[in-house]
Design a protein around this ligand. Sequence first.
Ligand SMILES: [Ca+2]
Ligand SMILES: [Ca+2]
Ligand SMILES: [Ca+2]
Length: 429
Amino acid sequence: MKTLYAIGILVIFIFVSLPVTADYPVPMQATANGIIPSVINQPNNEAFSCPVIQIPQGSYPVGFRVDDWIDGSGKQTIGPGMSKIVDNNGVLVGTITYTDMYSLDNGDNGPWAFDWATTEGTYTGKVTVKAGNVDLLIYDYSGSNANSAGDAKLYAPQNGPGKWAKISHFDFCGYFTPKPTCSTAHISIVKFYDANANGINDDGKNIDGWKVSINGNDAFTPVDKETGFGKYTVKEYDPNQTSWMSTTSKSVDVNLATCGEQKKVEFGNLCIGPGGGLTLGFWSNPNGAKLVGSDDLAMLKALNLKNANGNDFDPSDYTSMRNWILKAQASNMAYMLSAQLTTMELNVFNGKVDKNAIIYAPGTKSANSLGFASITSIMAEADSALAVNGLTLAGSPNRNIQETLKNALDNANNNINFVQSVPCAFSFA
Ligand SMILES: [Ca+2]
Ligand SMILES: [Ca+2]
Ligand SMILES: [Ca+2]
């Protein structure tokens, strides 16, 4: 008898969308392995069609797996290409042959069952089965089934007490309702101007119109998108203008796993540029000279400025300061750092640069994790470095940090690395 049923009929799954309504009696009893549905005899139901089922709105990935016992030696899972159904409203329709089933008592008497499992998460659902050939039997199966490991069995209908249906195949249609239904899950994307360069949206300056993407689909901030649940990669684009920097990761993975879950992605950016800096050249030309008085010189003397051989340099007048600063070179890095520090100290002392301004100063001790520090902290760090290491020739272990500080001050004196207080212009390719 088994061989009779073993005539291979290809398992075919067809996806269709069905309209809504209808009701079905659903008697059933629970077992350890699943639920054995009771049989509903519907002898005049040759023209079987799927009942119309209430289907929740939404888009769900539904995987359905049937284990194939056709060779009698053990089950083989019918491959995803044959058995996996993905649709947009949960309806699935298909045919499974009797040869896909197996006898639970290893004989020909049944009960007969096939294993099924949803493959993407836990679903509740209903499968309506028609047993063909001798008897036309229809039953509903309802229940929940865990992921593939759940491996619950769907049983052949019983044609009266103790009699298992002689059937050639099952037709089934049904639907799986993802649990939870997540039509409200969504992603929002905010772009903020990170004026205080701390990587946190605490600046009150959101930026509209910044180009971003969700799983490769472009959008512009602000974004508030219903996505359903799933995994998403949210990215921001770099603008054409190279003065912009990111203060947050430019790619964020978002996993919406819970019904109604809402995730916000915040991208922080800032742009750098001028901050009122005047150069070493300015402070050694006549315009600069007019601004340097005894108070400026006293301020400079209090610093730990060094000359070429590592000795203290305390300017007695403008001319000596000018000669010293124009001859500055980096053989002794402490000398060059002293010159750039002097330049910035004069900028701040004369009201050209705000001491609280933030600059990009990566590698300095003052910098936060993103590489930004205030002018005042960089000046203090530079002066402290000069106090302990006045001679930092090539090979000196203290030379590198002094060069890093020198570069940060040099860039600021040249108006390159100040964090701008408001967003710069931006455009995208
Ligand atoms: Ca911030
Ligand atoms: Ca002055
Ligand atoms: Ca001094």
